[in-house]
Write a protein that binds this ligand. Structure first.
Ligand SMILES: Nc1ncnc2c1ncn2[C@@H]1O[C@H](COP(=O)(O)OP(=O)(O)O)[C@@H](O)[C@H]1O
Ligand SMILES: [Mg+2]
Length: 253
């Protein structure tokens, strides 16, 4: 699904990512930990193709295609979707218009999905204008559910969200990643039917989201490099709690 090789990225001429490798297979959910300023948002911004993140070397391959020099909308059309850490306010664009425009399919009942996320009354409002922190995060989930991408990039989906609403965010993520309560056989039947398998990359600071979303592989990004990769995310979170991020640089997995 995603293959990143030796990626170097500058932000405002400052090197931030310094040789990142990442391999995500269809059906997998990866979790990215790392201290503030280590380059986590830069990594998913570069995967999505935002101009601010200048790729100086390395490449990004998505579903077998080199997307390194494609524009944001081309990547979105190919099936990459992002939920921002700090989403922007869009004055003059209502949430329902944005959902309609970005919707992958006309069959999706977006009103019902909005209701599930307690966002029904927000549909006519300008995107994120006057929304609380938690409402903004739920609105991001709703927009991604409409877009229905194959590769789901989530930048701290639980930050600023109260405990009750983290469960809602978790449900939305599971739906996005097709982990919505379907057991192995049912899921693979659906995957055969639709011919699609999803993958996710979730940045989390606290790890709370792991209580709701099953994840397969964990990584630590430290000073622009993957310092630890491949361990079960919960186990990795335990190590971070116990020993701190600095110790993760000694990991040789
Ligand atoms: N516009 C900018 N100019 C200079 N440095 C920046 C800019 N934006 C981000 N950075 C720096 O890039 C580094 C990585 O930022 P970021 O990817 O947001 O980290 P994280 O998401 O891991 O907290 C930080 O040191 C941050 O200060
Ligand atoms: Mg960040």
């Amino acid at each position: 699904m995603l293959d990143i090789a030796d990626l170097h990225v500058d932000v405002d001429n400052k090197p931030i990512l310094r040789g990142v490798n990442l391999h995500i297979k269809p059906g997998e959910t990866h979790v990215l930990f790392g201290p503030n300023g280590s380059g986590k948002s830069t990594l998913i911004g570069a995967i999505m193709g935002f101009g601010r993140y200048r790729i100086t070397s390395g490449k990004i391959v998505f579903k077998g295609m080199d997307v390194t020099s494609l524009s944001v909308h081309e990547r979105a059309e190919l099936g990459i979707g992002i939920a921002f850490q700090r989403p922007p306010v869009l004055r003059g664009v209502s949430l329902q218009d944005l959902l309609r425009i970005s919707s992958a399919s006309r069959d999706t009942n977006l009103e019902a999905t909005a209701k599930e996320l307690n966002l029904e009354s927000f549909l006519p409002r300008d995107v994120n204008y006057g929304f609380s922190g938690g409402e903004v995060k739920r609105s991001e989930m709703l927009q991604l559910l409409a877009q229905d991408p194959d590769l789901v990039l989530l930048d701290e989906p639980e930050s600023g969200v109260d405990l009750e609403n983290i469960a809602l965010i978790g449900q939305a993520i599971n739906q996005l990643l097709q982990k919505d309560g379907l057991k192995g056989q049912e899921r693979s039947r659906r995957e055969i039917k639709t011919g699609r398998q999803k993958a996710g990359l979730i940045i989390t600071h606290t790890g709370y989201i792991l209580d709701y979303v099953p994840a397969d592989v964990g990584h630590v990004l430290y000073e622009g490099k993957m310092s630890c990769s491949g361990i079960n995310p919960r186990e990795l979170l335990g190590c971070i709690h116990e020993m701190g991020y600095g110790e993760c640089t000694k990991c040789v997995v």
